[in-house]
Ligand binder design. Structure first.
Ligand SMILES: Nc1ncnc2c1ncn2[C@@H]1O[C@H](COP(=O)(O)OP(=O)(O)O)[C@@H](O)[C@H]1O
Ligand SMILES: [Mg+2]
Length: 306
């Protein structure tokens, strides 16, 4: 029977939703950790060993999580995703998309190159230059955000509001990522998460943080908003600039009403979003994967079998 590998170390609610959605399309699925996969480069055997898929490769893989680890470990997990794709297995989102979005410097550079509105950002190694940039921004009346290149859910994100904050300005593993702070419109703090699938913005929510950090994992509340055409357009363009099948795009609307893309997530959660909209996101994702990557494959296999 057709079977999908769901790469995750913590299936939880999202894993369950995906399994159900795959079952609705007639596919079984198995949860697998990328930490358990191996290369066995022998021409007579399958070269990517995935637990539960010893005799045949999965029909597709859905990437719900890439574990952290040393640079070599993470590169190896990406090697597995890239190699599966080379072997003809649909990988949703693929290794290239994940590579670009887990690295905030790469995301910012690609957004900037595609002329998508994103805050002014500096990425550098030299501490004295980083201090000079921060000082000149503060003098000009701006605040800054410093972030680790790899990180999610607001981890390690800091705000530099005043000169004395420069005392603790530290690099993250040797790299400074500094970004101009965007004052959001309205009272309090908020940003917007837009969910894009197959080139279309399907839903959005406003996240209102307890402080300026608007991650749901940091206690931000989720509120329904209606997508307008500018918001849809900027989120779709950002997703296309990073060549993703689907994405969770973080956008801030500034005090002048202008949208700026902060981040593009290639493995976004959707539990918070579903709490404020009527959509069944797992079904939409699985249907998209099925329609764009599995449908023709299945038709071909059936044709060969008959
Ligand atoms: N340039 C910025 N201006 C204002 N707030 C920001 C900026 N960058 C990040 N933030 C806030 O910090 C949160 C986390 O930053 P983000 O870049 O999305 O990293 P993470 O991967 O940790 O979610 C954002 O959701 C937003 O609330
Ligand atoms: Mg984010």
């Amino acid at each position: 029977m057709a079977c999908i590998a769901i790469f995750t170390d913590d299936p939880g609610w999202h894993g369950k939703q995906l399994r159900q959605a795959f079952a609705n399309r007639g596919y079984t699925s198995k949860y697998v950790s990328l930490t358990e996969c191996e290369f066995s480069l022998d021409p007579l055997k399958l070269s990517v060993l995935i637990p539960g898929f010893e005799s045949t490769l999965p029909d597709a893989v859905f990437v719900r999580g890439v574990p952290g680890g040393s640079l070599q470990e993470v590169v190896f997990y990406l090697d597995i995703l890239h190699t599966l794709k080379v072997m003809g297995v649909p990988v949703y989102n693929d290794g290239y998309a994940i590579e670009k979005s887990v690295d905030k410097a790469r995301t910012s550079a690609l957004l900037n190159y595609a002329k998508i509105n994103t805050p002014i950002t500096w990425v550098l190694k030299d501490r004295s230059k980083a201090l000079a940039i921060a000082e000149s921004e503060l003098k000009a009346g701006y605040q800054l955000i410093s972030k680790p290149l790899f990180g999610s859910q607001g981890e390690g994100v800091r705000r530099i509001e005043k000169m004395t904050d420069l005392f603790w300005l530290t690099s993250s593993n040797g790299v400074y990522y500094l970004q101009r702070f965007i004052d959001c419109e309205g009272a309090g703090y908020s940003d917007i998460r837009v969910f894009v699938v197959a080139g279309k913005a399907i839903a959005a929510m406003k996240r209102c943080g307890k402080s300026w950090l608007n991650n749901v994992a940091r206690g931000a509340s989720c509120n329904k908003i209606v997508l307008d055409s500018d918001l849809s357009e900027i989120a779709v363009r950002a997703t296309q600039a990073l060549a993703m099948d689907y994405a969770g795009v973080d956008v801030i609307k500034d005090a002048q009403g202008c949208y700026s893309v902060i981040e593009v997530n290639s493995i976004p959660a959707w539990k918070g979003l579903e709490s404020v909209c009527e959509l069944k996101v797992a079904e939409i994702l699985v249907n998209d994967l099925f329609d764009r990557y599995l449908q023709c494959d299945r038709v071909d296999k059936e044709r060969v079998a008959s």
